[in-house]
Design a protein around this ligand. Structure first.
Ligand code: SAM
Ligand code: FES
Length: 352
């Protein structure tokens, strides 16, 4: 049997391993082995992106959602969620504040909210791009038709985040009601790619029912999709969902996966997520040191932050955007990396 270090070296070289070796990488790490993984992951990431960490300003513009995903705190059936929508002007104010703070990517995220028709989304995207032509706009608003995605792209959207959540059909069924299908989720990702977006997929770590074999399926699906961005973070239960009381994904499992993903996808933009910062006070710093190169501070107005609660205990719900920005800067500098004021697009080639 190969040692963990041998597997890490091979993954670094080949960017893929046979299924049974990928399973090996998902558990049984000792301290020295995981340090080796993170060190190799940092080396790969620095060969492409140097020491830069990119900022994305996250604007959570609606928590209305027509879906009922079992894990999600803003699911349709959660009658305790206090619903809100930002107006176009409020969204533009977030961008104005964000631009002054050095953000050059705005991420518009929300539930699947029918109020925001394609025309409304297009007009918001167009106005952001008109005012800030040097900025990228990322959308994260769920499953839409090919034509809708195309319309948003033509309006100027650059990137789209749509986590696939799990690449295994049975597991997908455990996490979602009948109306949603893995097949459609995957098709959306392929459509987004075809249209020309920089595309992000990903999954929660430690979601109920997840098995190592399923995570390997995730890795293999990603190997096929070749995403530009990969969002992973621990699952954290929300008290008003069917998964209330289920245990969270762990810091270690998430960090191991971040390291593995960095070796498999040297060029990917990988955030150290808020969920990672929620399960451990220095989770995001550890994420950066395990291979992540993006952080997504919150730009949503403070009045609504506490209402976009996907899971219990979410951090940064009381802070002003400027505070979050400074806090993030300090955290990143402690890791030896630095915040880069730039769009932070996907890089194709190595800068060796
Ligand atoms: N509606 C859009 C979509 O479906 O892609 C974007 C919003 S959705 C809330 C964003 C992501 O939050 C999901 O893809 C999911 O992975 C994550 N999420 C939801 N509930 C979570 C939980 N309980 N713990 C951790 N992450 C969660
Ligand atoms: Fe729609 Fe979570 S169920 S955003």
């Amino acid at each position: 049997m190969k040692t963990k270090k041998q597997l890490v070296d091979e993954l670094k070289k080949e960017q893929i391993l046979p299924q049974e070796e990928l399973v090996e990488l998902l558990s049984g790490w000792d301290h020295e082995e995981e340090e080796y993984l993170y060190q190799q992951a940092r080396q790969v990431r620095e060969s492409v992106y140097g020491k830069d960490v990119y900022l994305r300003g996250l604007i959570e513009f609606t928590n209305y959602c027509r879906n009922d995903c079992y894990y999600c705190g803003i699911r349709r059936s959660n009658a305790h969620a206090q619903r809100y929508r930002l107006t176009k002007d409020q969204i533009l104010e977030c961008c104005e504040q964000g631009y002054a703070l050095g953000f050059r990517t705005f991420v518009l995220q929300g539930g699947e909210d029918g109020y925001f028709t394609d025309d409304k989304i297009c007009s918001i995207v167009q106005e952001i791009k008109r005012r800030y032509p040097d900025c990228a706009v990322t959308l994260s608003i769920g499953e839409k038709s090919y034509d809708s995605y195309k319309a948003f792209f033509d309006a100027g959207a650059d990137r789209y985040l749509l986590r696939h959540e799990t690449a295994n059909c049975e597991h997908y069924r455990m996490l979602h009601p009948r109306q949603l299908s893995l097949e459609n989720r995957k098709q959306c990702l392929w459509n987004l790619k075809e249209i020309g977006y920089q595309v992000g997929c990903g999954m929660m770590v430690g979601s109920p029912g997840q098995k190592p074999e399923y995570l390997v399926e995730d890795l293999l699906f990603m190997h096929e999709l070749k995403p530009h961005m990969i969002g992973i973070g621990p699952f954290i239960a929300h008290k008003d969902t069917p998964f209330a009381g289920q245990k969270s994904g762990t810091l270690d499992d998430t960090l191991h996966l971040l390291g593995i993903l960095r070796l498999m996808f040297p060029h990917a933009l990988i955030p150290a997520t808020t969920a990672l910062g929620t399960i451990h006070p220095s989770g995001r710093e550890k994420g950066i040191l395990a291979g992540a190169n993006v952080v997504m501070p919150n730009l949503s107005p403070v009045e609504v932050r506490g209402k976009y609660l996907l899971y219990d205990g979410k951090i940064c719900t009381g802070d002003e955007a400027a505070e979050c920005r400074l806090c993030m800067q300090r955290r990143i500098e402690k890791t030896g990396y630095h915040v880069k004021v730039a769009r932070g697009d996907y890089k194709q080639r190595l800068i060796l």
